[in-house]
Design a protein around this ligand. Sequence first.
Ligand code: ADP
Ligand code: NA
Length: 327
Amino acid sequence: NQASSRFLGIQPTGVPHLGNYLGALENWVALQNQYPSVLYSIVDLHSITQPQDPDKLRNNILDMAASLLACGINPEKAILFQQSQVSEHAEFCWILGCLTSMPRLRHLPQWKMKSKQKNEGSVGLYIYPVLQAADILLYKSTHVPVGEDQVQHLELAQDLARIFNLHYGELFPEPHALLSSTRKVKSLRDPSSKMSKSDSQPMATISITDSPDDIALKIRRAVTDFTSEVTFDPQARPGVSNLVTIHAAVARLSVEEAVSAAKGLDTGAYKGLVSEAVIQRLAPIREEIQRLKADPAHLEALLALGSRRARELAAPMLDEVRHRVGF
Ligand code: ADP
Ligand code: NA
């Protein structure tokens, strides 16, 4: 469909972990092969709503760009760009902000969660969902991949499309949620919670750039139980089942196939099989990230090129918006 377009905003939080890769990135990359117009945006404007370190941010942006490219995003098929290099995002955010009431934002998850942690929050954190709406609508996106925690933010984007159209004449399609995969990778140390970059427990999270030795060690230390046979039962046996989920995903097997590959193995031997599969799957990605990171100027040039292409779409759109508003 010519008129359909997809927008993905990805925070530059550094190198992704195995859960990000298997639960999100893998599916995001596939979109570029299914649809003609996909924009992948490293949303760095969203990364400064809380205190931050500029050198770390700069490095995280390049880490994320390298990771996305290594995971398969192809700049010839899709547009990969840096949000802050397309200033139309910020300008459009202002215009949409003027159509947003204060109470509409107060109950959104971003503000409720993060402002409480610090007991106060920046105006940027408060209007963060308006910037997300601007990101999405600026490209007339029709489909937006979102996790459960982002559904309310997408609803705001839908509301703002309607409100803008009502005030200034029909312009924006209503963006639909593309439900992302429900595959969840759990913490290796506490399989009742998900694998997360904010987990401070050592050995709980596998980074996609971990060395083969680190991967093997982390999986060897993964919490399981006292039954040696491998079965898939996430309720009763979350630890072993998490290994089966990981194994199936990295080896591109069904859960049933992964369980039958484990026939005759005890949990210890199965861990060896799972780490081999993870190491094999991540090896080319890790090597490609290292290769790309060795030449930061090349990465920056790729991002600059992508950002110019995004701007070619964003600038005429914002011109139309400005005209409608009366500028
Ligand atoms: P984190 O929880 O590590 O901070 P994010 O919230 O930045 O991860 O999530 C980025 C993307 O990765 C989201 O689409 C999210 O649904 C997905 N994701 C994060 N953790 C996992 C996980 N453990 N298993 C599957 N998908 C995950
Ligand atoms: Na998170």
